[in-house]
Ligand binder design. Structure first.
Ligand code: ZN
Length: 326
């Protein structure tokens, strides 16, 4: 992998590349950003570029440094992750012990600490001493999703790199390139901004099932009969998976109604359910804009009620009745 493949964070990639080109690599970096924005991937790519023998400021992917990092066993790249809920002082001591020896395969040591905000106070103090006495050939890369929980003493010794949120289109593009089904992943990327979680949902059957359930439900609701209530009862409430997926089912429903609206105002390029044009057109012709807007409101209100632990059956039945009366 080279920097060209770090498409999630082009701005961060160029900051780090420039620091290498100009010979101004800091002793300690703190990568801050939400889960799934590519902190770990960039950290490993950065480490590779620091070690790589073939390319200046990038990773060739072929030399023994690149290959050993890829297979997770480079002796001079040290990785620390929380043991249980926290990072403990013994883990930091172990790191220091390893650094008391000369780097084995190269002239430098790099360490990556994930979830650095989960260090115990003792571990943080121990790391602090480490950061205070930087050796020329050691680079620390600390990762966090919770910048505000990092001790100021640690913050002040790191160069903080803020990772960007990934846009909807960018997340869709990335997952599309990984071969996932676009209509499904468009739904998923609307519901979560977290790329790792989105990928997980793309891989499981659950989400695809929720989506077909919602398509069924929207038809049932428009047909006005009691089918909608039966669908809710049999396929959602009496079904364990359906029950767990309730918040997502409601999210998918909101984006379905949004699609009807987008269709009506001729913004089809923004549709989420791009494989359901026929159904969207059919439903959009049957619904007024006022009804759709009210529908979105009703579903959102139902979601709020459920998050306050309202009874699922009563809440969903009320939702269907309000939608059918509207
Ligand atoms: Zn290399």
């Amino acid at each position: 992998m080279s920097w060209k493949d770090c498409t999630e964070q082009p701005r961060v990639a160029s900051i780090l590349q420039n620091s290498m080109k100009n010979g101004r690599v800091a002793h300690a970096y703190l990568f801050a950003g939400n889960q799934g924005v590519g902190k770990k991937k960039v950290a490993v790519q950065f480490a590779k570029s620091l070690f790589c023998l073939e390319q200046d400021g990038d990773a060739c992917g072929r030399c023994h440094h690149c290959l050993r990092i890829e297979s997770g066993n480079h002796p001079d790249l040290h990785r620390v992750t929380p043991e249980g809920a926290s990072i403990k002082i013994d883990q930091i001591r172990e790191l220091q012990k390893q650094f008391s020896f000369k780097a084995v395969e190269s002239s430098r040591n790099v360490y990556i600490i994930e979830h650095v905000e989960r260090m115990t106070v003792q571990a943080a103090n121990s790391l602090l001493k480490f950061l205070e006495e930087p050796t020329y050939d050691v680079t620390a890369i600390l990762l966090t999703e919770h910048l505000h929980q990092i001790l100021p003493t640690i913050l002040s010794r790191c160069q903080v790199i803020h990772f960007d949120e990934l846009s909807f289109e960018r997340r869709v593009d990335m997952l599309k390139q990984e071969g996932f089904y676009e209509p499904l992943l468009r739904n998923i990327c609307q519901i979560t901004g977290n790329l790792d979680q989105a990928r997980e949902w793309c891989q499981s059957d659950g989400f695809a099932q929720y989506r077909s359930l919602v398509l069924q439900l929207t038809e049932d609701i428009l047909d006005k009969g009691s089918y909608a209530l039966v669908t809710i009862q049999e396929k959602i409430l009496k079904n364990e998976q359906g029950n767990q997926g309730l918040p997502y089912i409601l999210d998918i429903l909101v984006y379905w109604y949004r699609d009807l609206l987008l269709f009506q105002i001729d913004r089809k390029h923004e549709l989420v359910n791009i494989d359901q044009l026929d159904a969207i057109q059919r439903q959009a012709l049957r619904c007024s804009r006022t009804w759709i807007l009210k529908g979105i409101e009703v579903v959102m209100e139902t979601k709020n009620r459920l998050s306050r632990h309202a009874n699922p059956q009563l809440s969903l039945e009320r939702m269907v009745i309000e939608l059918q009366e509207g």
